[in-house]
Design a protein. Structure first.
Length: 269
């Protein structure tokens, strides 16, 4: 197992963490609503099953490497590495969820040079919308892919039903962190411009039923003082139920709240 990281850890009072911001007015108090459950992570990994079994896989924005941990059940012979902006990925390496841990930006030339053409799959789940420069992030991802390798992307859908209805109250529009919300067509065009072939797109599987509940929680967070937070829980529970009632219908349309793209890096002519 190896790791790369800056020589010093970031100061604890400088980095943004959800735990440190529970009382801020732009963060829903019911944060677990937006967390991907284990079964969904495993289902996301299943999207790569039609392709040859990868020898190596890099998960970008991996955090504590919950996705590699789930994906190993389906790909037991694949070497999973993780990259993240925080030192959480180093904890994941210690826990043996990843074999190599890298702290920093994928666009950092030092990281890109070290990882160039090493991976058969690069995954970015809910990561690209946080990148300051998405085209540069995609170029870096393709640089670390081998020719014929696959890029697996999941992003919020800014043309989804609740993105349209809720506007600035839609959780992916809230700050901090979401810098770019790209429609699927725009992202496909950019991938093709960078020499990729779009293998598949999907609105159904990535949809997470949380929009109404998370927006309700965010609104209550802004309106109610901290000591009344629990008073809003029943209302959030009703909204969560409504999300799940509507989910089967939304998944059948282009108006789901997320989408997945799998693109193949073509070998140079």
């Amino acid at each position: 197992m190896t790791a790369t990281a800056p020589s010093e850890r970031h100061r604890a009072d400088c980095g943004f963490t959800l735990a440190a911001c529970r009382d801020q007015r732009f963060v829903p108090r019911h944060l677990r609503l937006t967390r991907l459950p284990y079964r969904r992570l495993r289902a996301a990994a299943r999207a790569a099953l039609p392709f040859p079994e990868p020898e190596s896989w890099l998960d970008v924005g991996t955090g504590f490497a919950r996705f590699p941990e789930a994906a190993k059940e389906l790909f037991p012979y694949t070497a999973f590495d993780g990259l993240d902006l925080t030192h959480r990925v180093l904890d994941a390496r210690v826990a043996e969820r990843v074999e190599e841990a890298h702290v920093g930006h994928l666009t950092d030339p030092r990281i890109t040079a070290r990882l160039r053409a090493r991976y058969d799959v690069v995954s970015m789940f809910r990561h690209l919308e946080h990148a300051p420069n998405p085209p540069a992030e995609l170029r870096a991802a393709l640089a670390v892919l081998r020719p014929g390798g696959h890029l697996l992307l999941e992003l919020p859908n800014p043309r989804g039903l609740f993105a349209i209805l809720l506007g600035r109250l839609w959780i992916p529009h809230s700050r901090p962190g979401h810098l770019h919300l790209m429609p699927m067509d725009t992202l496909c065009t950019e991938l093709e411009r960078q020499g990729c072939t779009i293998v598949s797109t999907d609105h159904r599987a990535p949809h997470i039923p949380y929009d109404i509940a998370a927006t309700t929680s965010l609104t209550l967070t802004r309106l109610l003082p901290s000591f009344l937070a629990r008073a809003g829980a029943p209302l959030v529970a009703v909204a969560w139920t409504l999300d799940h009632i509507l989910a089967p219908a939304l998944r059948r349309t282009r108006y789901s709240n997320a989408y997945r793209i799998i693109a193949r890096k073509e070998a140079p002519l």
